[in-house]
Design a binder for this molecule. Sequence first.
Ligand SMILES: [Zn+2]
Length: 303
Amino acid sequence: MSSLDQDQRLHPSCRNQTTVSSDLSDTPEVAKLPLQGLKLASHAVLEKAQVRGRLKCSKCGGSRMFFCYTCCSLLGVNLQEIPVIKLPVKIDIIKHPNETDGKSTAVHAKILAPSDVTIYTYPCIPEYKKGKVVLVFPGPDAVSVQDMMQCLKDLTDSRSHGASYEPRIKRLKTEEVQGPTHTAEKPQSSPDEAKSLESRMYPLQRVVFIDSTWNQTNKISTDERLQDLLRVELKTRKTCFWRSQKGKPDTYLATIEAIYYFLMDFSEHCLAQEYNGEYDNLLFFYSFLHSVVNKAKTSAGKC
Ligand SMILES: [Zn+2]
């Protein structure tokens, strides 16, 4: 399935809409049906929890439904009842301290992919290694996901002067040349395939996302610790987020949407694997909440 088909499948109405990120009640009826056709785990557990209502978080005392966004733990829902996703690459999310936790979708990623996602609160962020880490953030210097791996390899090439990196790079280049015919004959899970996957990932170690409102995001992205990182832009996606932010373009995605679309592109363009819904469950909470908001708006409109 091409990314275009995928996009259409997900957002049958969003692709040609320029108003999808604004209040959904302003959009045509057809735009109220985004996020269709995802391969999702059953929402029955969330429907049950919703009927039960909000619970008090035992750690912070906050009144929450499904999960506590402050403590990043489930509430009234068991871990066994929700999908857990293994991601192909480690993801860091940098949160602005003033960001209202309840509005953030970053916690969805942490709960659904706990072993691969780390959330940091700005300004407490790690020292990232240039050439091994990318920042998903738009800008004049940003490259597409498709071009990202080559740019990283070029960076590594130009930075290493025949020292420890060189044999590794030479080996990778050989594999790249042989790639298509070599891997086509192998079963997916063979050691060669795993090695090939590893080489396709190299030198990428981590992908960083910023979770914050528009203005605060700019402040974080100009932090000198993030300045040297290769920037990657998700160019063609439009948000279906139900909370509009004034002055934002509709390509400004909710954090969980950005992670999801990045992984789809990454899978297809960088790992050369056809996307078959492997990461759809990242939208497990998002799509449910989206439908709840839409139902509420529909019934409010009828009154
Ligand atoms: Zn809590």
